[in-house]
Ligand binder design. Structure first.
Ligand code: ADP
Length: 597
């Protein structure tokens, strides 16, 4: 726990002894005093502070977590909603990153960016990749809609920079562009003065989403044209910005934008941006021109009445390079799915690059949301995180933070609750973990009302018990605490283009239990796979049935309970793995360089 106590002291109570009134903790004096109960705040490295209660005779020199003010399920404010210190990740720069020889200007155009507008991995990827390219010396901007739900306080230096008009459905909509900084990355927020992007969530507002993103795609190019901004690369993501390459090559390139080249990253092929010709007309393109097999028609509807277009397919055809988020998902998408014929046709510009995670944003040694910090060389603090979360959610704990007899593994599953994520296996895992005598926490949000009701039902029955907690909310803060508390992170996806949850889990010392698909197959290797034993970093199953999941989960539990030393070495190993963007951003830079004009 030395990281939890090696900090400064900020007094809360005016009546405590004067020796406490010091900027540094006087450990020796504290050790020798017989104290009654005092409450004060510890401010550890990176400005994390926590309230500490020293009991009579308390011994902070042997800080063992007993002196923390433990959260409880009856707290008025849940522990993950408490105020946390602001966290300026931009100042926390790894020193060893080399600058690239050719420096580029890259503009991401995206529907999500963490943490201001994050729903899933797309938001993490945009921020992480942008930050990695910045470190390599490039100029990077991120353009995204100014969703009404964005919390403005999370943006530094927010300033209105341009007021202009952008086309939609026969009129020119007055539009504002704001500049700001998020996690050290320059952002440009596009705010139309109509009803688009209003509402309490990133997605699912009461406006036509497809038309809003068509508008956004054009408004970004319009802004570049109006301001004379000509980046080397416009990097678009997912179907939401799939129309931008069409708009660029068939409209803005013949106007004033000459320099940019376009990269499309597909994070999930399931969402392909179904669009009618008439809807495409609304952004100023002539929809019927794109209704052919070599352009944007959805192959399955060719010759039907009506035919449909796919913005994602249009993006594949019109971009200079197309990336997907893991080598295994690349193979899977070339072999199955209706988009495979377009991808095969454009195989020479289609590449798989494994996502990374941002090692600064996801760092258990400095994470402001954690009650104790830890790292691969000393992960004692992880025990405290587990104890803290158990206390806060009313799960049984050991007698003490360091109680070695408490061998109850904690499994977490942090996910959007959608069919892709293997809902039936998540439900089964809840049952199985309980049978095995473990604990499990599911943190998830279901965009579909039927799924939400199903999980609400489960939460109502299981949350009364003493081993399972199902929390149907989105909380970035809680997700950090759960990864830190977890012994295992479960990702039983039916398909998974890349998956960040297993990588984040590993960074926080949670051993992954995953289904072998897509990026999970590229990042997690089974402990018991004898020929590749040295690669082993988790527990992997292949089938989509319950028995397959049991096989992996049961083995993980056996290791945890029966082989504590081995378990410790796996925890250390997964924490030491480098799944960061520093490893993979270079592959994107190679793609950028290969296509730039
Ligand atoms: P996907 O992009 O399909 O949602 P990923 O595993 O690539 O899946 O990324 C999911 C990201 O979203 C991770 O950062 C994960 O921690 C986060 N996440 C998912 N659900 C929640 C939630 N309910 N609360 C907080 N974070 C969540």
């Amino acid at each position: 726990m030395e990281c939890a106590i090696g900090g400064k002291l900020k007094l809360l109570s005016p009546s405590i002894p004067s020796f406490l009134n010091s900027r540094r903790l006087p450990w020796d004096q504290l050790r020798n005093k017989r104290l009654t109960t005092y409450k004060f705040q510890i401010q550890a490295q990176n400005c994390f502070s926590l309230e500490v209660e020293v009991e009579k005779g308390g011994n902070l020199g042997n800080f063992n977590g007993e002196s923390l003010v433990w959260p409880s399920p009856s707290d008025e404010i849940p522990f993950w909603n408490k105020e946390f210190p602001c966290w300026d990740v931009s100042s926390d720069i790894p020193v060893e990153v080399n600058k690239d020889a050719q420096l580029l200007h890259i503009i991401h155009v995206t529907a999500e960016m963490a943490p201001i507008a994050k729903v899933g991995g797309l938001g993490d990827v945009v921020t992480g990749l942008a930050r990695a390219c910045l470190l390599r010396g490039h100029t990077v901007d991120v353009m995204l809609p100014f969703y009404e739900c964005i919390i403005k306080e999370q943006i530094s230096d927010l300033t209105l920079i341009t007021s202009y008009n952008s086309y939609h459905d026969g009129s020119w909509i007055p539009t504002n562009a704001y500049r700001g900084v998020v996690s050290g990355v320059a952002i440009i927020l596009i705010q139309p003065t109509n009803h688009f992007f209003k509402g309490r969530n990133v997605y699912g507002g009461s406006y036509n989403e497809l038309e809003a993103y068509l508008f956004f795609s054009r408004a970004c190019l319009e802004w570049m044209q109006v301001t004379g901004t000509q980046p080397d690369i416009i990097h678009v993501h997912e179907w939401q910005t799939g129309a931008l390459p069409l708009l660029y090559w068939d409209m803005y390139h013949s106007l004033s934008l000459k320099k940019p080249r376009i990269v499309l990253t597909i994070h999930n092929m399931e969402h392909f941006g179904e669009c009618s010709k008439e809807q495409l007309d609304k952004c100023g393109l002539e929809g019927s021109i794109y209704a052919s097999i070599d352009k944007a028609v959805d192959d399955r509807t060719l010759g039907h009445n009506p035919e449909r277009l796919s913005l994602l397919k249009g993006g594949i055809v019109y971009s200079n390079a197309v990336v997907t988020v893991s080598p295994s998902y690349l193979k899977e998408t070339l072999c199955s799915g209706w988009l495979s014929s377009a991808l095969i046709k454009h195989r020479d510009k289609y590449i798989g690059i494994l996502n990374g995670i941002d090692n600064t944003i996801w760092n258990p040694a400095s994470d402001v949301f954690l009650p104790a910090k830890f790292h691969a060389q000393n992960f004692e603090g992880k025990k405290l995180c587990k104890y803290y979360v158990q206390k806060g959610l009313g799960l049984p704990t050991g007698a003490h933070v360091t109680d070695m007899t408490h061998k109850v593994p904690l499994v977490v599953c942090i996910t959007r609750l959608v069919a892709q994520k293997g809902l039936h296996l998540i439900v089964h895992a809840i049952k199985r973990v309980e049978e095995l005598g473990g604990q499990m926490i599911v943190l998830g949000k279901a965009p579909d009302a039927k799924v939400e009701r199903e999980f609400e039902g489960l939460a109502n029955s299981y949350n009364q018990g003493c081993s399972i907690r199902i929390l149907l909310i989105y909380s970035e803060e809680l997700s950090h605490m759960l990864y830190a508390a977890a012994d295992m992170v479960l990702v039983p996806s039916m398909y998974e283009p890349c998956g960040l949850s297993q990588m984040i889990g590993m960074r926080y010392g949670a051993v992954p239990v995953v289904r072998k698909t897509g990026g999970l197959a590229d990042t997690v290797f089974d402990m018991d796979d004898q020929p590749n034993h040295e690669m082993g970093n988790g527990f992997v199953f292949e089938g989509i049935d319950e028995a397959s999941l049991n096989w992996a989960l049961d083995r993980a539990f056996l290791y945890f309970v029966d082989k504590p030393d081995k378990w410790k070495s796996i925890v250390r190993k997964v924490m030491e793995l480098d799944n960061s963007w520093n490893n993979t951003a270079g592959k994107y830079v190679e793609v950028y360089n290969a296509i730039r004009s």
